[in-house]
Design a protein around this ligand. Structure first.
Ligand code: SF4
Length: 333
């Protein structure tokens, strides 16, 4: 893979090149249709987010679309589960920040964000029911610093960054998930690399608590066939109060807490570090060799890939996708 539009200039590798600002890290392309500079990715250690690494491990083509071409799903085309997860994260930011559940304030966040995301009324009511439910059962919320930048740097080799949902005194980290497959996130094998990366990034970290909530999907059949969104929400609320451990994984009625705890000693961090060093080397090599191939066996694993439409149709529909707008402004050397 190389760029045919490259114009060499005196003070930078290409007229359109935008530096990432970090030495030895691949920069961006000023052209509106491009995101990352493909020529730079051929030579530099990339900065990787935790999710970019996941994409790479899942499917090289998925990584290429997301990280190199900067293709993203349009906000209104995001799936409902993705929208709900994003809104639930925002609710938890507030919970961590204040250490209490302020019902009306948080319900307001759900309503505002649902409107922004164009989330359906039924899904909005489900989120509200979960919020009311967790408050009603007397959950003791942790007081933690939300959205903490985590960075794992191996000089000249890789720069891995991500955000922790919540951290308490650099010793305990909270990871929030809203999922229809909660078991996935409470199994060490599945979360080993993501959670292990937190331990690599923060040496003082002792444990990670996975705060996994099950998405309630109560069937609307027979006598519930005609229920409206609010009635559905009321039914979900009742169910959440009746069986909290079904929704909040690891719910303890005595301590009024939930979550699955993982300790540093459970993770093979040397192996994980080596894996990342390999990945940082593999990415530029794959670009040079034009080896960003599709890994079709992973399209549905663990969830349907955002890029299925592109891979099936062979084209990028503007109604579904857009190019990421978060590249730095041009002019950097
Ligand atoms: S749909 Fe499948 S082949 Fe295409 S990018 Fe996603 S995982 Fe890869």
């Amino acid at each position: 893979m190389s760029c045919k539009r490259r114009i060499k200039v005196k003070d930078k590798p290409c007229k359109y090149y935008i530096s990432s600002g970090v030495d030895g890290e691949a920069g961006f392309c000023e052209l509106p249709s491009e995101f990352r500079c493909i020529e730079a990715v051929r030579h530099c250690a990339p900065r990787l987010s935790f999710s970019a690494v996941n994409n790479w491990c899942k499917c090289r083509y998925c990584y290429y679309l997301n990280q190199v071409k900067g293709v993203q799903t349009q906000d209104h085309m995001k799936s409902n589960p993705l929208k709900m997860g994003g809104i639930w994260d925002k609710v938890w930011n507030e919970i961590f920040l204040h250490g209490v559940i302020d019902l009306s304030k948080m319900a307001n966040i759900i309503r505002i964000e649902s409107e922004k995301e164009q989330l359906g009324e039924k899904e909005t009511q489900i989120l509200l029911a979960l919020l009311r439910g967790i408050h009603h059962i007397g959950f003791t919320p942790p007081h933690a610093t939300p959205q903490v930048l985590m960075q794992y740097l191996i000089a000249g080799k890789m720069n891995l960054i991500g955000y922790a949902d919540g951290i308490m005194e650099n010793k305990m980290l909270f990871e929030v998930k809203l999922s229809s497959k909660p078991d996935y996130y409470t199994t060490l094998f599945n979360i080993h690399d993501q959670v292990g990366t937190y331990f690599l990034a923060e040496k003082r970290l002792e444990k990670v608590v996975m705060l996994v909530t099950r998405v309630p999907w109560l069937k609307s059949v027979k006598r519930f066939e005609d229920e409206d969104a609010e009635e559905h929400g009321a039914r979900v609320f009742k169910d959440v109060c009746k069986r909290p451990s079904h929704y909040f994984q690891g719910w303890d009625n005595k301590t009024k807490k939930f979550g699955k705890v993982f300790y540093r000693g459970e993770f093979d961090l040397d192996e994980l570090r080596d894996k990342y060093v390999h990945i940082a080397r593999e990415i530029p090599e794959a670009v040079k060799l034009d080896a960003m191939y599709q890994e079709k066996g992973n399209c549905m694993s663990p969830f349907k890939c955002d890029y299925m439409d592109i891979c099936i149709s062979g084209g990028v529909s503007e109604g579904i996708y857009r190019v990421r707008s978060d590249k730095p402004k041009g002019g950097g050397a």
